[in-house]
Each structure stands twice: as structure tokens, then as C-alpha cells.
Ligand binder design. Sequence first.
Ligand code: GSH
Length: 221
Amino acid sequence: MNVNTLQSAEAAVPPAPRLLRSTLTSPFGRKVRMAMVILGLGDQIEVEPADTRSETDTLREQNPLGKMPCLLLDSGTAIYDSRVIIEFLDQWSGRNRLIPQDAHDRAQVLTCATLADGIADAALLMVYEGRFRDPEQKSEVWLSHQRGKVERGLTAISHALPNPKTTDIASISLACALGYLDWREPVEWRSRFPKLVEWLKAFAAAEPAFDATRRPDEAAS
Ligand SMILES: N[C@@H](CCC(=O)N[C@@H](CS)C(=O)NCC(=O)O)C(=O)O
């Protein structure tokens, strides 16, 4: 191989994931951190917290929506949101184990993941209601609208649970959503959804990446 061929071979090396912008408390960031561990990329990608409320945090340049997680490649390219990042890492790592290829399986797994993400989204909006509004602005109508999504989502997903012994984007998303509900407690889910409690226990026992990505202040249950 002459020098020119070598150079063009080097130039063709695709950019690698380098930095994840996310706190260790974000449920969506946790999805990606779990995927990194599972795909063997945990030591390769640095995690740097972001302050989503800060106007000066570079997060807003990396993702104009100001949301985390946001993955940066060594080319400077930014990738978001959590689903797109996981899809990218799954393919980039060559493992292809978190999102099925078959059209029907893929749609089923991604729909389940979207339902779980929607539960986390609604729970997050309930938390933000308290964070962004003064107490006198508190809206019970808004809270109950979001609570309805969480409760309907939990009911639906408990009737069509993913296999707790299969780690894919659906089980990762559900585990991270439930972990967030445990922390922020926007609804009392454990007494009302015992099947989900059992599911999370079985998933955590089968997939060590769940415990490995707990918040630093959280004891394993
Ligand atoms: N659909 C997004 C949701 C990300 C998201 O809502 N992240 C929260 C933190 S957990 C955030 O950045 N919130 C700041 C904001 O909405 O301004 C994903 O899957 O990554």
C-alpha cells in the first residue's frame, strides 16, 4: 500500500463517539449510559454533565433544543435524542443487539420504547411544573393531564411487558422510566402495578448495566 492509499484509508475512518453530555440523574441520559455499558463503549465515551437551565452551557450550541443526552463525535458532530444515539451506538459498535432489523420486530420494540419514553416525558413535565412555576401558578389541570399519561402508559405496558431477560431499547427505556418514577415519585406506581415491580426486579437481576448506571446517591434496591 503506498502513502496515498494509506492516507485515503485514514480519511475514510468514520468519526467516533467521544463525549456524552448528560447528568447522571437524567432518565434519558441513563438509557444511553446503559447502552454504552452493554455495547462495551463505557470506557471510550466520556460523560460530561450539562446544565440545561444555563444560557452559557455549550449544550445549547450542541443541541439547540438544550436537551440532554447529546452525543458528540470526534468530528464535532452532535447526535440526539436518546433513541437516535442508541441506534447510532448499536450500529457503530457493530453489535446490532438493541434494535431489531426485521420491520415488524423493530416497529414493535420501538413502539414499546416510545411508550416507556412517554411515561418518563410526562413524569418529567410533572417535576418541571414544580421547578419552573411559582407555587401560586401551580396547575392541577396540567398535573392531572400528565399524570393520566403516566398511569395509562403504565397500565398499557404492564399488559404487554417486554421480556425482562432480553436487553433491547424497549427494556432499557422501561427500566429507566421506572427508575425515574422511583426517584421523583410523581405517582405511586409500586403498589398499583405489582407486575411492573416484578418486571423491574427480574430485569435488574438479568442486566447488570441497570445497577451500574444508578445515580451516585442511590442505593441498589
Ligand atoms: N426525547 C428526548 C428527551 C430528553 C429530555 O427531555 N431530557 C431532559 C433531561 S432528563 C432535558 O434535557 N430537559 C431540559 C429541557 O427540556 O429544557 C430524549 O429521548 O433524549
